[in-house]
Design a protein around this ligand. Sequence first.
Ligand SMILES: O=P(O)(O)OC[C@H]1O[C@H](OP(=O)(O)OP(=O)(O)O)[C@H](O)[C@@H]1O
Ligand SMILES: O=c1cc[nH]c(=O)[nH]1
Ligand SMILES: [Mg+2]
Length: 210
Amino acid sequence: MQDHLTVIKHPLVQHKLTIMRERDTPTVVFRQLLREISQLLAYEVTDKLPMTTKTIETPMQEMDAPTLAGRKLALISILRAGNGLLDGMLELIPSARVGFVGLYRDEKTLKPVQYYFKVPDLLDQRLVIVVDPMLATGNSSAAAVSLLKEAGARDIRFLCLLAAPEGVARMKEAHPDVPIVTAALDEKLNDVGYILPGLGDAGDRMFGTK
Ligand SMILES: O=P(O)(O)OC[C@H]1O[C@H](OP(=O)(O)OP(=O)(O)O)[C@H](O)[C@@H]1O
Ligand SMILES: O=c1cc[nH]c(=O)[nH]1
Ligand SMILES: [Mg+2]
């Protein structure tokens, strides 16, 4: 990936995102749409994976056919809301190793509080895709990426659903080497750190909490 920020404008992504944003969309629909969008976003965030060929036999003849070069992959979910993106991506990439970074935002300071960290080994040899639907201040994603770098990760991409300009700037400053893929770049944060127009609290909408 070359660009620091890639916004996926595919009609299916944008249509599903609009339904997710609507206040009255129920949890069951929100969750299903996040799963579907994650698979469309996975397509983009895994582009340019190294390929090789192998010789196969079709029913008609032998051919040299393209196949993944076996690059090791790790999907890292920032708990809790990251799990909504993770589930769909795992359906597409079932062999990926999976890690979890448990973080929540302190409502007053907007700083992340860590409560869990468990990641696959050999992170330095893997493409590491960090997933979290919301990039707001960027404090959570920047902290998660720092922890992953401390654990050895070198080739990292960040996948989210909505990004605020403030969060993109924060990530660019802290981790200019980490490309971001998102379905939308929204306008701004409100004075308590929520994305506008946004979709509200992704974790709450996904899990039916308040
Ligand atoms: O960019 P930031 O300002 O750090 O905000 C984004 C973070 O906030 C949300 O998590 P939250 O703290 O609500 O935890 P949850 O996933 O458990 O709901 C979201 O899923 C991100 O992790
Ligand atoms: O708008 C926001 C900001 C942070 N976390 C969310 O879930 N939503
Ligand atoms: Mg939340």
